[in-house]
Write a new protein. Structure first.
Length: 246
């Protein structure tokens, strides 16, 4: 399908802008990109550092026929699309930290925030706003304190590679829309699973305020993480209920 792109120099948050359009009846396929966000948001109410010119900050309006439980497929397929796009533009490897953070060299390079609204009539999504933030080049002043140790950029230079940034954004959208066309067939699942950082490795599962050591063993068809605890018990974890440390 045809996407309709709109590019801003600065905006508080592309997710917020697309949510407003969604609520006023805008059709699927609208994409807002911005050179900078002044109130970029991440998951769990955290801010998303979005300095001018060095990243891709974009949000896509979707109206998928998915239940709330299936909406995980949007985020995980987007993570796979970002991973493939970064690899083809940079020639370097990427990894995915379950559920949807894309990593390079052990640090986060992309975050994804899906905000969805459920229709009370049929229990399906009325809309979903898929927000993607990628650090493309190093901000001139570097990453601020607290991010330096955990964030990285696709390119380690602080040049503004505008042509590469455009190519990367286009590749992300193209890969994602290919997946989106047949999303419930999980066309992205093997690319997603291959890049999961923690498979076969020890993780700490944080659930109901309790921490337990486990080994991550698989990603199932619904993108749940299967873990085995030290006593041999196995459990499938959904993204909303737990966080893991790798
Ligand atoms: C996270 O890592 O916690 C998610 C970060 C999502 C950031 C993107 S940037 C474009 C879109 N607009 C926002 O305000 N957030 C998302």
């Amino acid at each position: 399908q045809q996407l309709r792109l709109e590019v801003y120099k600065t905006i508080p948050s592309t997710n917020e802008a697309v949510k407003i359009l969604a609520a006023t009846g805008e059709a699927e396929g609208k994409v807002i990109l911005s050179e900078e966000q002044t109130a970029g948001r991440g998951r769990n109410g955290r801010p998303f550092f979005s300095p001018r010119g060095t990243g891709i900050y974009m949000s896509i309006l979707l109206r998928p026929k998915l239940s709330a439980a299936e909406s995980i497929l949007l985020t995980t397929s987007a993570a796979a699309a970002v991973a493939l796009a970064i690899e083809s533009v940079s020639g370097k490897d990427t990894q995915i930290k379950w559920v949807n953070d894309v990593f390079m060299d052990g640090k986060k390079v992309c975050g994804i925030l899906t905000e969805a609204s459920l229709s009370l009539e049929n229990g399906l999504l009325d809309y979903a706003v898929l927000g993607i933030g990628i650090n493309v080049t190093l901000p001139a002043a570097g990453f601020p304190d607290g991010l330096g140790g955990i964030a990285t950029s696709v390119f380690s230079e602080s040049n503004h590679y505008d042509d590469l940034r455009c190519r990367l954004a286009a590749e992300v959208l193209n890969h994602f829309m290919e997946y989106y066309a047949h999303l419930t067939d999980r066309p992205f699942l093997s690319e997603y699973r291959q890049r999961i950082l923690s498979l076969g490795k020890p993780v700490t599962v944080m659930k109901d305020n309790k921490q337990r050591g486990a080994t991550a063993i698989d990603i199932d068809n619904d993108c749940r993480l299967k873990v085995r605890y030290e006593n041999g018990d196995e459990e499938y974890l959904s993204s909303g209920e737990v966080s893991i440390t790798i």
